[in-house]
Design a binder for this molecule. Structure first.
Ligand code: SUO
Ligand code: CP
Length: 323
């Protein structure tokens, strides 16, 4: 059977290595020539809906759409929209003003593609795991949806991360990729860590995950990775080290450690002298990651952020194929 890759219907998660490779290749083509497909999206509109703050995702997704000739419109729905009711059948006699059923349907009629950011509550595990809020938008908008980071995943970030790894790897064998937990003062979502693991394993790289005991991620995303509780052992011979904080998953949303020895400095790299360091940003300097690493030659963080434009452009371009 011919290996034909179907155009994307939605972009919410890793689909397959073939799809991943196709998107990476397309993104690298757009990076060379951002205006290559300037006419492709003419007359089409993408709505970018934010229920949470953003710098990179907000701007890079709009730039990607503009590169394809589309009109992007941003709505900071948490601040500028009516308070949304998410529960079907609710009697709306409290604080919520508009039901997702009505709001998402209206947005679906205004746009050709809808892109949504909806973080987890970190208090209701089952609701977060089912991507409840994000799924309500998908269900009621009736048009292709792009995840701008949901409760469980951040696929545009992960695609940009895989592009960055490919750009920085010329070795013949697979790179050793390490995902390390870093300290933080707040309860932070699992989406970036989940998604990085899902995409890194999906793209057939070797992945070691290191974190203090109790910070095990949802196995749905980490099956196939090596879990190593000793950070210095995990870092040995690493080629790429991805730094991220996340709150506990089993004791859902809890902060179990703020151990500052987990924050990477140059002294952590004695057995990984050529390792590159990645972070999705925003990063809390000298809490999650040291100035010396972020400002030094190991850091790929600016390259990752730049690649967000071309990751989004490859995804939106693919979605346009089915419109
Ligand atoms: N989109 C990139 C990361 C977004 C979010 N970070 C945060 O919430 C950081 C908040 C702070 O540092 O206060 C996360 O980790 O999922
Ligand atoms: N990395 C990332 O998604 O950044 P923003 O939260 O600023 O969009």
């Amino acid at each position: 059977m011919a290996n034909i890759i179907q155009p994307l219907k939605h972009f919410t998660k890793f689909e397959s290595i073939t799809q991943g490779q196709k998107l990476i290749e397309q993104a690298l083509i757009y990076k060379e020539n951002p205006n290559l497909d300037k006419a492709k999206g003419a007359g089409k509109r993408i709505g970018c809906i934010f229920l949470n703050p953003s710098l990179r995702t907000r701007v890079s997704t709009q730039l990607a759409a503009l590169n394809l000739g589309m009109d992007p419109i941003v709505l900071n729905m948490d601040k500028e929209g009516w308070a949304l009711e998410m529960r079907d059948g609710a009697v709306m006699n409290l604080g919520t003003v508009e039901h997702i059923k009505d709001a998402a349907a209206v947005l679906g009629s205004y746009f050709d593609i809808l892109a949504i950011r909806a973080f987890p509550s970190l208090t209701n595990k089952e609701e977060d795991r089912s991507d409840f809020i994000f799924s309500q938008f998908v269900k009621y908008s009736g048009i292709p949806v792009v995840s701008l980071e949901s409760a469980t995943r951040h696929p545009l970030q992960s695609l940009a991360d895989q592009i960055t790894i490919q750009e920085n790897w010329s070795g013949k064998s697979k790179p050793k990729v390490v995902l390390t937990w870093g300290p933080h003062i707040k309860a932070i979502p699992h989406a970036v860590a989940n998604s990085f693991s899902e995409w890194t394993l999906g793209m057939d790289h070797d992945l070691t995950i290191t974190h203090p005991a109790g910070y095990e991620l949802d196995e749905e995303f980490t099956r196939g990775a090596t879990i190593e509780y000793d950070q210095s052992k995990a870092l040995e011979d690493a080629d790429f080290v991805y730094v991220k904080n996340w709150s506990a998953f089993n004791e859902y949303g809890k902060i179990l450690s703020t151990d500052s020895s987990w924050m990477l400095t140059e002294s952590h790299f004695q057995k990984a002298s050529t390792a590159k360091v990645m972070h999705c940003l925003p990063v809390r300097r000298n809490l999650e990651l040291s100035d010396e690493i972020l400002d030094g030659s190991r850091s790929l963080v600016q390259q990752q952020a730049k690649n967000r434009i071309f990751a989004a452009q490859a995804v939106i371009s693919d979605l346009l194929e089915q419109l």
